[in-house]
Design a protein around this ligand. Sequence first.
Ligand code: NAP
Length: 356
Amino acid sequence: MEQTIDKTKPVLVTGASGYIANWIILDLLQAGYTVHGTVRDPDNQRSVGPLHKLAARAPQGRLQLFRADLLEPGSFDAAMEGCEVVLHTASPFVIRGFDDAEAALIRPAVEGTRNVLEAANRVASVQRVVLTSSVAAIYGDNADLQEIPRDCFTEEDWNFSSGVYHQPYSYSKLLAEKEAWKIHDAQSRWRLVCINPSMVCGPALTPFSQSTSIDTLRSLGTGKMWPGAPELRMAWVDVRDVAQAHLEAAFRPDANGRHIVSNGELSFLQVAQILKRHYGSGYRFPVFELPKFVVKWFGWMLDSSVKPKFVERNVGHAICFDNSRGRKRLGLEYRPLEQTFVDHFQQMIDDGLIRA
Ligand code: NAP
């Protein structure tokens, strides 16, 4: 069913300070929208400083910031007032540096989604909610591909292999998206549209994001993966294309359901080879793939998230996502991944996050 969104009404973006949200907000402002952005701490310059710069760069639109915390019921109501569209991006994307996955990932993801969507139930202006879910809600490990009846994951698939102790970030995204559909199905005013990106890369508009996206590409430039990288294939997508997908999901009259937003699968070594072509020998890029048993038994020494079960079920396994629904229904076109990685690496050099 077609649903027309009033573009003169403000648009809410939760987690405004985030890596993906920054690009969504820039696109919205450049298109002349009024954006209500939520941040946990409006006095934290690392969160709001880059947002003020975005607002200055795009004077066509207007940005207003509100304080809201995923774990505080009711804290999103004021920011949502008068909005027809809610873009819910806020959720922690960390895979290491915590002991308690429930507190670090699962509660903020699930309770946060519940709090935002219950606010949407209370605020009568809301017509559409776009949830930044993830391919992590669709699959858990690369090995899961062998257990589905198709060659590639599609929007029909749901992650069946993650849990609190194995791939807890993916588990948090699965539970959050399930919760969103449950709350959506119990009402009839607003429509839910999900964006399910793969690993997002591309230049950040803030040097302060804690997103695992930043760490992932950065680890190729800091020498952490020198001389060898795991034989790990991942699906990748540009942050600017992900932002575009959110805008399409927000304003297309017939948008609905889930959308895999992903531009192809490459191993770490292949990404390193792209960067090496552009940056030569100035950085210690990996030059070969490590044998799986080495990664399995010694990988954790370099990275606490590299557990033997993760290695067993991901390293050396193929991965594939069918992005045709997003291309067709949201009109998505992807920029070349080579440009994504090079632009991102250059931004990290410019911001001092990587040194030659
Ligand atoms: P990010 O830069 O770390 O952004 C996460 C945002 O969540 C931050 O703005 C953070 O706000 C907010 N947040 C975390 N805990 C919060 C809490 N308790 N209350 C309020 N806000 C809270 O990460 P990102 O990569 O942009 O990720 C954004 C979304 O995209 C997430 O839902 C993530 O799961 C999803 N996603 C990311 C990728 C990827 O590769 N990056 C792929 C698929 C899906 P503060 O500034 O206050 O900390």
